[in-house]
Design a protein around this ligand. Structure first.
Ligand code: HAM
Length: 425
């Protein structure tokens, strides 16, 4: 049996990198005032149709949707924003503070064509800041994404755009429709269909032939109303103030329909066709559209598979040492018995410890200590134990020290702890 196509096991060797990415993200998010929310994987299909948009690739052809045993139409979440906002509205979270900052980490599901960095079950770290439309918040959110990449030791290029608002988008849409009308017979069937349902999306068509036709297409940036133009200028100046470099890409259209004003993508050319490690934007009308209060919001999500792939490519996924603190080696039955209790006591004191439960040869035990990258090995020999002694070996320097053994395992564990973590004395 094999896992489904586009679904991947994350193996024990890969887990430390994943854990490090997640811990780094949590640390950054907490510093910026975000709290964690966990939302269900299954939601009513309608939630995604109403937020992401009926005429998007995600809703039209990528969702895992099914009828459950009660006859209800259910979808496995393709992204986090819709569920987080549903929870925000349902639990009245805006009452808590002027700005509600939430993050969620977990699996998302999209039936896409799998390739490097693109899976059908993938993981996002997704953040939402609700309650302000101030451009400084846009810069703060982008700065948080930037900070996270910096702390992971990764670099990406930032592209930003503004998609306007309900006041300026209709005029742009008309200008785009006029432009597209003259090219209808030269573009692919998908684009023809999209021109009627979701014209902005045609600019994102992957066909080089279609892209040629769209050279010189009108850009939303040239059609922004005064309010949106001022907002976008202020976002840029706040990014400048924080020293975050960006490029303006007037043709950036996101794959989700809920965006207004600022959108952004963090791109890398190290992942082949999948260039975005993270992306997001503002969604000022969405909460109201989902039946909640009239509150603006902005957020982004980073793809964890793409981040871990980049880390592996850059430095073999190097993260803090995965080795253990202390291997307890024992020679003879009595020593083995003693080692087993001591092992338990060491773990109880917070020491990452291991031993060979079967009591193989000393040579084999030392090999295990090496394989586990033990920083220290405590060697318990029958004769030494009888004299009340054991030997602690520093595996890096090979320095050895005799330590006296008391009968009390907890006290012994404390003695060993102070020797191998001198800072905790
Ligand atoms: P998105 O651009 O659809 O936005 O996805 C965000 C990130 O998730 C992408 O940049 C990518 O790193 C990762 N990703 C998306 N699809 C896949 C896939 N099939 N395989 C692997 N990684 C993938 C959103 O989902 C929005 N909810 C972001 C947001 C939050 N906007 C506002 N708040």
């Amino acid at each position: 049996m094999q896992a489904l196509k586009g679904f991947k096991d994350i193996l024990p060797d890969e887990s430390p990198t994943w854990q490090w990415v997640e811990a780094t993200a949590r640390s950054v998010f907490h510093r910026f005032g975000f709290g964690e929310i966990k939302v269900p994987i299954l939601e009513k299909t309608e939630l995604f149709a109403r937020s992401i948009g009926e005429a998007t690739d995600i809703v039209e052809k990528e969702m895992y949707t099914f009828i459950d045993r009660n006859g209800e139409q259910i979808t496995m979440r393709p992204e986090g924003t819709a569920s987080v906002l549903r929870a925000f509205i349902e639990h009245n979270l805006q009452a808590r503070q002027p700005l509600t900052k939430l993050y969620t980490i977990g699996p998302m599901f999209r039936h896409e064509r799998p390739q490097k960095g693109r899976l059908r079950q993938f993981h996002q770290m997704s953040v939402e800041a609700i309650g302000s439309d101030h451009p400084r918040l846009d810069a703060e959110i982008i700065a948080m994404a930037w900070q996270l990449l910096a702390e992971l030791g990764l670099s990406a290029s930032l592209q930003i755009n503004s998609l306007g608002c309900p006041a300026c988008r209709p005029a742009y849409r008309q200008a785009l429709l006029d432009f597209l009308a003259a090219r209808q017979d030269k573009v692919c069937d998908d684009c023809k269909r999209r021109s009627a349902t979701n014209p902005l999306r045609v600019l994102d068509c992957k066909s080089a032939h279609c892209q040629e036709q769209y050279q010189g297409a009108p850009m939303i940036l040239d059609h922004l109303c005064a309010g949106c133009a001022e907002h976008f200028a202020a976002v840029k100046s706040s990014l400048d103030q924080l020293g975050i470099p960006y490029g303006v890409n007037g043709f950036m259209v996101r794959g989700l329909d809920y965006y207004t004003r600022t959108t952004f993508e963090l791109l890398t050319n190290a992942l082949g066709a999948q260039s975005a490690v993270g992306a997001g934007g503002r969604y000022d009308g969405l909460i109201e559209q989902l039946g909640g209060p009239k509150l603006p919001g902005i957020g982004f999500a980073m793809g964890m598979e793409r981040l871990t792939l980049l880390l592996e490519q850059q430095n073999g996924g190097a993260t803090p040492s995965q080795g253990i603190d202390c291997f307890v080696a024992a020679l003879g039955d009595a020593a083995l018995e003693r080692a087993f209790s001591l092992l338990h006591a060491l773990r109880g004191k917070g020491v990452k410890a291991a031993m060979d439960l079967e009591g193989k040869s000393l040579k084999s035990q030392m090999k295990q200590a090496d394989r586990l990258q033990a920083r220290y090995t405590l060697i318990l020999g029958e004769e030494e134990l009888a004299k009340g002694e054991a030997m602690l070996r520093d595996m890096a320097t090979k320095a050895q020290e005799n330590i006296s053994m008391s009968a009390d395992n907890a006290a012994m564990a404390t003695t060993i702890l102070t020797k191998i973590h001198p800072e905790q004395k």
